[in-house]
Design a protein around this ligand. Structure first.
Ligand code: RIB
Ligand code: CA
Length: 310
């Protein structure tokens, strides 16, 4: 089977950790690089957490590169209330002893995209600062990235404000740079990721597996669970696993072609993703598919299978 080469860009919080763990178990996927970006937590935490989670699952071979420690223009806004002060909900795992990469994320991503000659799939699951910086510094990267499978945005509502989702809200200028770059985007907004949840039975089952990886799941999700309860949402939304599992199981998702614009001005609507779905008013040259529905049972079962495998 020809594996799909994938690069994951992450602000390694608790649902990012689930996404990295699930990705590491997918036989169809070849994780050819990971980059860290500030978002849920500081760059230092995101970088360390990505390294340590990959080491925990036996994947110290996957290189992790440091990226941006703040958004392109505005100040960093983090989410300790959801991801804890260390980014993993307070859970502690062994430090990785893999060599520490110093090449910047956007340079390493550019080189990898050229190496894979248009076949590289990139899964950003944090603010888009690294991806935008890569596009700005290496404009021809748009010729080499096959597609961006992005967790971010919301056609309806938000989780930071009533209009904006966290990954976009943290760096809307970066998001707008990415959406107008011409690279094909598959977007997984809150509209679908709130349907991509693990219910209480799923959570209890994974927490009962008794291996070191499922113990991380058990010990890191309390704050996220409580945040979901505050937003009257079911279970644990595994936002960042959506782009990952779409990459190997697109049949589990339903989407629509549309253009995406990001509001980078204003107050109430700052960071809002605006789609041209179901209108004659189309945004020019913004090639995107927005995914709004998911086969939750298949999604949840594949996550449980991943955690059982350790
Ligand atoms: O809004 C959800 C997104 O914000 C997820 O990527 C989560 O990890 C946070 O970064
Ligand atoms: Ca994330």
């Amino acid at each position: 089977m020809k594996k799909i080469p994938v690069w994951i860009d992450t602000d390694t919080g608790v649902d990012d950790a689930v996404a990295l763990i699930v990705a590491s178990t997918l036989p169809e996927m070849d994780i050819v690089g990971v980059s860290a970006v500030a978002g849920n937590t500081s760059l230092e935490n995101a970088f360390r957490n990505a390294r340590d989670v990959l080491s925990l699952v036996g994947r110290k071979d996957v290189k992790v590169y440091p990226g941006a420690d703040k958004p392109l223009i505005i100040d960093l806004f983090t989410a300790e209330k959801v991801h804890g002060s260390n980014g993993l909900g307070g859970a502690i795992i062994p430090l990785s002893d893999a060599p520490i990469e110093t090449e910047k994320a956007w340079d390493a991503l550019y080189e990898k995209a050229k190496e894979y000659k248009g076949e590289l799939v990139v899964c950003p699951v944090g603010p888009l600062t690294n991806i935008a910086t890569c596009i700005i510094k290496h404009p021809d990267v748009v010729d080499y990235i096959k597609e961006l499978n992005i967790m971010g945005g919301a056609a309806i509502g938000g989780n930071v404000t009533s209009c904006a989702e966290f990954n976009i809200f943290v760096d809307p200028q970066a998001a707008e740079t990415v959406f107008r770059s011409g690279i094909k985007v598959n977007l997984f907004p809150l509209d679908v990721t709130i349907k991509a949840y693990l219910d209480d039975d799923d959570i209890a089952e994974i927490s009962s597996y008794g291996n070191k990886v499922s113990d991380l799941f058990r010990d890191s999700n309390d704050l996220l669970y409580k945040a979901q309860e505050r937003m009257s949402r079911s279970g644990l939304c595994e936002h960042d696993s959506c782009p990952i599992l779409y990459t190997v199981h697109p049949e589990w998702f339903e989407g629509h072609e549309c253009g995406i614009f990001v509001e980078t001005q204003g107050t109430i609507t700052f960071g809002k993703t605006v789609t041209d779905l179901w209108t004659d008013f189309k945004f020019e040259d913004r090639h995107c598919r927005i995914y709004l529905d998911i086969n939750r049972e298949s999604f949840a079962n594949r996550i449980k299978e991943a955690y059982r495998s350790f």
